[in-house]
Design a protein around this ligand. Sequence first.
Ligand SMILES: Cc1ncc(C[n+]2csc(CCOP(=O)(O)OP(=O)(O)O)c2C)c(N)n1
Ligand SMILES: [Mg+2]
Length: 533
Amino acid sequence: MTSVRQATLDLFRTHGLTTWFGNPGSSELTLLEDFPEDFRYVLGLQEMVPVGMADAYAQITRRPAVVNVHTAPGMGNAQGALYNAFVNKTPLIVTAGNQRRFMQNQYCLLTNIDPTTVPKPFVKWAAEPAIASEAPAVLAHAIHLATTPPMGPVFVSLPMDDMQAELDDTQAADVAVVRDRKVTHAVGFPADLAEQICTRIEAATSPALIVGGDVDRYDAWDAVIGLAERTQSVVWTAPITGWSGFPENHPLYQGLLPPGAGWVSQALTGRDLVVVIGAPVFRYYPRVPGPYLPQGTSLIHITNDPDEAARAPVGDAIIADVRSAAQALLAAAKPTQRSAPPPRAPIPAVEHAETPLKPESLWAAVGHAAPADTLWVSEAGSNEIAITTAIRPGNPLSHLTAAGEGLGFGLPAAVGAQLAAPDRPVVALMGDGSMHYAITALWTAAHYKIPVTIVVASNAEYGILKEFGKWEKTPGVPGMDLPGLNVVGTAASYGVDAHEAHTTDEVIKLVESGIADRERPTLINARTTPVDV
Ligand SMILES: Cc1ncc(C[n+]2csc(CCOP(=O)(O)OP(=O)(O)O)c2C)c(N)n1
Ligand SMILES: [Mg+2]
């Protein structure tokens, strides 16, 4: 005889899903009991933390990740982080226990009365098995859906008595078949379509490529670089898609497109053809009047997401595998006679400065101190432009942000990133406001000795909201100032090696020693100047 719990664990094991992120409750005990020794459970003290850790872990390993939380309230707490995972298109298998089936009708304590509704609309699919014996098959269904492009989170509710149910031999044999099935995504891109697009690129006077997070996620990086170089196209990163999609230190790279229609058309002025690969067209915020594209610019959009293709306000779209498309375009592209476009301004030099530091000084110092293979995670409001100006990684999967922009991603994501990439330095670049949404990630980092380095820009305010208030002409908004935060004291209380930096020289020394310490997390707080509004 096999229990549903054993069959469930076996399914996860067969799919290589043995690292779980979670926060447990009574309704998960029957799943978690005698947790197998070949599995790893990473505890977060509030549900945003396991979801955020799993999100980064999945993106960096390019594999799905498992999250287990506690019935309805756990899912409620997880929702902000689930929103980020949904926009990030991260394949997360989220499970939560539920009250025993025969106690649900009375709404006994912790009954999730409508479990499949709770995570919507931020999951691709949500289910509760109709009967205990179906739990492994429903989970297999969830795993395959999560990992089908466009990928995303899925949810399965597991009533606690299901795990203890026994499968008879026939049921166990059926489950074993489901466990071992493979679902493969056939890829490819028609050569004639690639030739048509390349003919248009060749005929263009001044083409541009606009790339996005899916170039990193679907490993189209090398092909996109080859295409840009062969066609001497300038390259931008589309607004707010989570990864840069291109080496930020490459001479063809122009930086992040600003997230406003008018700003985009201004940046693209003079480009007669724009090819967008692996990004939505476009994620705008705020409303900046202007045409979507400059007069005379045409746009070709290549995405694996039918919804992205359908909702774009301009351009013709092709729904395809992103990596295959980039490879086919590279194979079809002819070397151009066009001369190389001028590169963007160099990285600003590090200057000695004392606190309060200008964001530009702080991030120049941090960028100078960290090695080239650093994996950056940033969630730093008004600092983000200074960060991408000063810090220009050249490798794929090197600068992670939340495409959803729901705060509470940065700290857990940095911890999950360091677990996924133990041999790379991971440095989190945080605003003092942003770091407090999922602050207990510091405990997880300290408890599991995860050697992430965290740099906090403490301007004692929600600076970017003040900037937005000016843009939106909404004076007098309350709740913009954050006096009295003790970032170093808070981090130290969770067991993190925490320091206050008073000069750029101290920032450099502390970042270097924080990265060198592979035994524990380090936090460096620096006072920074408030935004200029
Ligand atoms: C869950 C969530 N709540 C609120 C916001 C709105 N918000 C966006 S940026 C921001 C302030 C960020 O402040 P901080 O991290 O201190 O950076 P600063 O702008 O001060 O540099 C806030 C509150 C959000 N994006 N997500
Ligand atoms: Mg701030």
